[in-house]
Design a protein around this ligand. Structure first.
Ligand code: FES
Length: 154
């Protein structure tokens, strides 16, 4: 059996290259979920202010609240009864069900396990462990309802 040293070296460098790619791929597959967990993602994919659709704005006027999507955020936008609009995260901090506004009781209510929040988003009874994040919302001169999907510091 004869062997060509140059062909062996080429084969070896190709195998080394394949191993390097494999190690890099493995490192990326480990690092990516760790970075996704560690780095804040609060408004990932949201972008700037979000204008409610005419249908969503009508729903607020008719039913006093609507659930809308702002990028990856699910929001509840509601009229608190004084004519002031408010926006909160609509995802319950207990197990993630979508909350709703109960104007008669002036609470944000989660039907899944009877969790309740006040109109500022503070958890006031039931199992939710944390408040709902608050967001800025206003109605412009044209009557458009605009949500700023950056959480308001509490
Ligand atoms: S998911 Fe909302 S109270 Fe449990």
């Amino acid at each position: 059996v004869t062997s060509n040293p140059q062909a062996t070296a080429t084969r070896r460098s190709f195998i080394d290259w394949l191993l390097s790619i494999g190690v890099l791929g493995w490192a990326a597959s480990v690092a990516y979920p760790v970075l996704r967990y560690v780095l804040p993602s609060g408004t990932a994919g949201v972008g700037g202010p979000v204008v409610l659709t005419a249908e969503e704005a009508d729903k607020v006027r008719r039913d006093r609240f609507t659930i809308c999507q702002a990028g990856t955020l699910r929001l509840i936008v509601f009229d608190d009864g004084s004519g002031k609009y408010r926006a909160l995260a609509a995802k319950c901090t207990h197990e993630g069900c979508t909350v709703q506004y109960v104007p008669g009781d002036a609470v944000i209510w989660c039907a899944c396990h009877n969790g309740r929040f006040d109109l500022e988003g503070r958890n006031i009874s039931g199992p939710p462990p944390r408040p709902l994040s608050r967001y800025g919302v206003h109605v412009d001169e044209a009557g458009r309802v605009i949500v700023t999907p950056e959480p308001i510091a509490t």
